[in-house]
Structures are given as C-alpha cells and as structure tokens.
Design a protein around this ligand. Sequence first.
Ligand SMILES: O=C(CO)[C@H](O)[C@H](O)COP(=O)(O)O
Length: 273
Amino acid sequence: MATISLPQSPSLDSPQTLMMAPSSSSSTAPSSLTQDDLKKIAAYKAVEFVRSGMVVGLGTGSTARHAVDRIAELLDQGELRDIIGIPTSSTTHEQALALGIPLSDLDSHPVVDLAIDGADEVDPFLNLVKGRGGSLLREKMVEGACKEFVVIVDESKLVDYLGGSLLAMPVEVIKFCWKFSAERLRALFEYAGCTTRLRLSGDGKEGEPYVTDNGNYVVDLYFKREIGDLSAASDAILRLAGVVEHGMFLKMASTVIVAGKHGVRVINREGGR
Ligand SMILES: O=C(CO)[C@H](O)[C@H](O)COP(=O)(O)O
C-alpha cells in the first residue's frame, strides 16, 4: 500500500488577517461569554456578508444554525429580500423550512453566491476539517459551488495542523465492506499513527452505525502525528474505491470568522479561493 510523503511545511497559500477588532458583544463582558455565545457572534458577523437577491449555502451544525436563524430574522424584518437558501443537510433543510427561508438545490441553482458554515478545525492556512456533524459530502458539494465561503468558528477550533485537535477526521464510505475501507484508510496513514472507528449514532451507546443523509457510513480517523502533505493525503483517500468523500476542506474557505473572548477576527484568504 502506498504511503504519503511528509513535508513539514504546508505548501498552501498563507492567509491574510484583514481585521482584528473586538466586537461590541465580545468587549462588553468577555469573561461571561459561553462557547455558544461565541458561535452566535461569529454567525451574526458572517450574515453581514449576505446581500438581498443572493443564493446562500446554509451550513450544518450548532454554529451554522445561528446563521440560519439570523438570515430568517433579517428576512422577517425586511432587511434582506429574495434570498434562496441551499441547505447542506436534511437537518438544516428542516430548520430553514420551518423558518420560512425559500429553499432550492444545486440542480436548480448550480452557482451559489455565498455559503456560511462552521468547521471542526481550522489550520493557519485556512484549511478545514469538517463533518463531525456528518454532513461533509453535501457541505463539500455546496461549498465547492459557491463564489465565497465564509467559515464561522469559536476560537477552540483553531489548530496548528489538521488532525491536531486529536478529534475525528471523518471519511464517508459506502456501507459495502466498510471494514475493508476502514483498514485501507488506517494503512494509508500508518506513518501518522492513524486509528479508525466506525461512527455510531446518537451518543454511540446504541451500537448502531451512524448513517449519513446519503445512506452511507462514516469512518472517523484519529492521528497521533501530522498528516503532512494534505493535498497528497486528500488524493490518496479519494482514490480508495469505497470512499465517497473526506472531511478535509483544502483551500476552500475564502474567509474565516473567529470569535474569541477578546474579540472577532475576520481572516481572508490571500488572493481568494
Ligand atoms: O461540518 C459540520 C457538520 O458536518 C459542522 O460545520 C462542524 O461539525 C462544526 O459543528 P459545530 O458548529 O456544531 O461545532
């Protein structure tokens, strides 16, 4: 089985920090802000990028949920008009539908003006791990089709390198012989001390595999050491026949909004996507 070489410095473009200013919310009572408050601050900041008439990719997860709520609120208030939302999961679809946001899909709207979504990890080059919520495939399709991709995170999501949180790096695989796929994934990243685990539904205690919106399983990868060349890693994973998609989102984010106890940073990728 082929292994992947390990350059120590990532070859991707470095991002540019355009603004680092305390938001009014974060400067009022920083010490009392919860993680959810920070997620909401980042989400609200991202919605400032939305303009009337836009087709907007609606992300999935507890941070993106705040952005969807905020878009609906601004539509209700008449501050935004003629928005079409493209949900990245059945959960977000249900949320947006209940809030009255007009919805469509990539078949009808193949070009998305802007997408807003959370992330599980953000490295210094604005590469992401996504999909701990299980929606990586639809997220990658929608966010890959958008002109601008705004990522919203609280500061706990910042890592020195992808995999650095020691939490899961998800890979969506077909159900057929998933153990075979999991073993091939593990072997691919043996040099990085990779272990794999089939994701289970709920809190994992039921013992039932988690099934994605697309009817597939998720194998979570855990790394003890750096993956190294992310682009090579991505190609190698996608070459495995049982793999549908992985949760590394490389060079996709155009902007990352980071809410922390000391303020909000809006970081733009140098030269765009
Ligand atoms: O990729 C995702 C779902 O597939 C989420 O955006 C990611 O897991 C972050 O979630 P949260 O905002 O709840 O921390």
